[in-house]
Design a protein around this ligand. Structure first.
Ligand code: GLV
Length: 327
């Protein structure tokens, strides 16, 4: 039996490549740049598995250019870059990497939350610019974190992990989601379910943990920022388009809210120029899951999905059921 073939669209941790190579003849795009659909199709010729990153747009047009591909293993928990219905109707599995990045992403959300409230980005720039000429009692004052109200939008794995960390800071935790979680989970996370209006009105910190879907696109816009406290902070480690960036820049400039910590942007890698001009926005280049251990695990899970497929098994973290799985 010839070995199945796989194409990895961009460099991923070696742990995943080694795992994949045990079963597949795997080619990796070693140039660390995003390939065009035509380039991906050229490399994916004869490949049953395509390992993609969130920077790849995998749509019906790309899948039509790659007729041999039967599984797309996306090395991310979010898969809004993949047109899942288009894959499903073409008999192609789509898999993501849930679970392994939960705690790492929650850590980063907390790092952003604290850094935003205590103005760490500004403070660091201040020192590096040679402006620190002596301690000052009114210098770089921020907001307290402990004892405040944290509003979590999207109470899945990551939202819950963020809530649990709030205990050490003696915070009140509110959450909103399309569905309420069980009483046991609410108790474990010490979180109270509220509607959107209550969460916006009562939270000192609003942290976003929803997937990007039509219902979550621009979940925070001008109306919502105006409904928030002027002392409140927004933290986004989910997907950029969940926030209307132009409205956020206006809210930051106008003092409708106190600050924002963003790990994701509407049109990555571009950052809205108005946000770049806001001192009270702390901006990171989408590093939510970027720990060595977690990225290894994500790459390994993607390989495991491809391996399960090659063995005729269901990819363990598939997000679809291909309607007419190709023989
Ligand atoms: C990162 O953003 C991911 O979805 O894994």
């Amino acid at each position: 039996m010839p070995r199945p073939k796989a194409f990895v669209t961009r460099v991923i941790p070696e742990a995943g490549i080694e795992r994949l190579a045990a079963v597949y003849d795997a080619e990796v795009n070693r140039e660390d740049r995003q390939l065009s659909p035509q380039e991906i199709a050229g490399h994916a010729k004869g490949c049953q598995a395509l390992i993609t990153l969130l920077t790849d747009r995998v749509d019906g047009a790309l899948l039509d250019l790659c007729p041999d591909v039967r599984i797309v293993a996306n090395v991310a928990v979010g898969y809004d870059n993949v047109d899942v219905p288009a894959a499903t109707e073409r008999g192609v599995w789509v898999a993501n990497t849930p679970g392994v990045l939960t705690e790492t992403t929650a850590d980063l959300a907390w790092a952003l939350l604290m850094a935003t409230a205590r103005r760490l980005g500004e403070a660091e720039r201040f020192v590096r610019a040679g402006r620190y000429h002596g301690w000052g009692i009114l210098m770089l004052l921020g907001g307290d974190v402990h004892g405040k109200t944290l509003g979590i939008v999207g109470f899945g794995r990551i939202g819950q992990a963020v809530a649990k960390r709030a205990r050490g800071f003696e915070m009140r935790v509110l959450y909103t989601d399309a569905q309420r979680v069980s009483g046991a989970v609410e108790h474990d996370c010490r979180a109270t379910f509220v509607d959107k209006a209550t969460l916006l009105a009562e939270s000192d910190f609003v942290s976003l943990h929803v997937p990007l879907m039509p219902q979550t696109h621009h979940w925070l816009g001008e109306t919502e920022f105006m409904a928030m406290r002027s002392t409140a902070y927004v933290v986004n480690t989910s997907r950029g388009p969940v926030i209307d960036e132009a409205a956020l820049a206006k809210a930051l400039r106008s003092g409708w809210i106190a600050g924002a910590g963003l790990d994701v942007f509407e049109r990555e890698p571009q950052v809205h120029p108005d946000l770049l001009a806001c001192e009270n926005a702390l901006l990171l280049p989408h590093i939510g899951s970027a720990s060595i251990e977690t990225r290894d695990r994500m790459a390994t899970i993607a390989a495991d999905n491809c391996i399960a497929f090659a063995r005729g098994e269901r990819p363990p973290t598939a997000v679809n059921e291909p309607v007419q799985a190709k023989a």
